[in-house]
Ligand binder design. Sequence first.
Ligand code: ADP
Length: 263
Amino acid sequence: YLFSITVIRGIERDLSGVVLLLKDITRLKQVEQLKSDFVMAASHELRTPLTSLGMSVDLLLEHASHNLAEKDRELLLAAHEEVHRMKSLVSDLLDLSKIEAGRIEMEFEDVPVATFFEHMQSVFKSQMELKEVAFVSGIQGDLPLVRADANKIAWVLSNLVSNALRYVNRGGCVALMAQQFGAHVHLSVKDDGLGIPEEYQARIFHKFVQVKGQEAGGSGLGLAICKEIVRAHGGTIWVESVPGRGSTFTFTLPVVGAGNLMT
Ligand code: ADP
């Protein structure tokens, strides 16, 4: 049951009544569950044929493409790209539905934030150089360890950094930043690129939402997965952005041993 209580006061601010609203959300929950089970089953079933399709196309490209006419080779290349895009969409959908259903195992450990940043530097360094983007990291003060599933947080950061790389201008800058605020560490990925219009800033974390004209080929699931992973850590994620000036995505992680201190 979802419930809310409203206190009604008279002119003299004396108590004149209380409204208690109860809403049965069992049915809503059942529908959500069905939806999530269906998406999970469908994406699971699609994964196997897509993998073999992808392998066949890859093999054809490797072994037979030199015998093909230019036009046929182009068709095969297009099929190759689409199959791989679909594979990543299906795998994102599966991950998201598992997380939403609470069926993903979290493996928490105590991690220094610096290791996340070093990992991102090594993964993205060459791609940043190719686009002549300055890729910098900065940690404010002595940070405590954070309680996190290291692989999943690396996934969140990779997703934010690859988005930043996609939307930053050639010669621009992408920065990783971390700072402690009470019982949480705030981790940010900042770019000075295209930016996100204000009307999209809250919705961008919903499934399949992409800024019109700024889709760049993705699936619109990355940020929704980031949000679920951060939520599973007891954190929050948000974006601050000025169109034409850039975007900063920030998420929070709990400090080790902070108990229920408030930020
Ligand atoms: P995808 O990247 O697969 O489209 P995401 O959920 O990661 O999915 O991102 C959703 C949309 O948010 C993107 O399509 C893009 O329009 C917008 N977006 C995300 N990150 C940035 C960024 N750093 N700068 C500008 N737009 C962004």
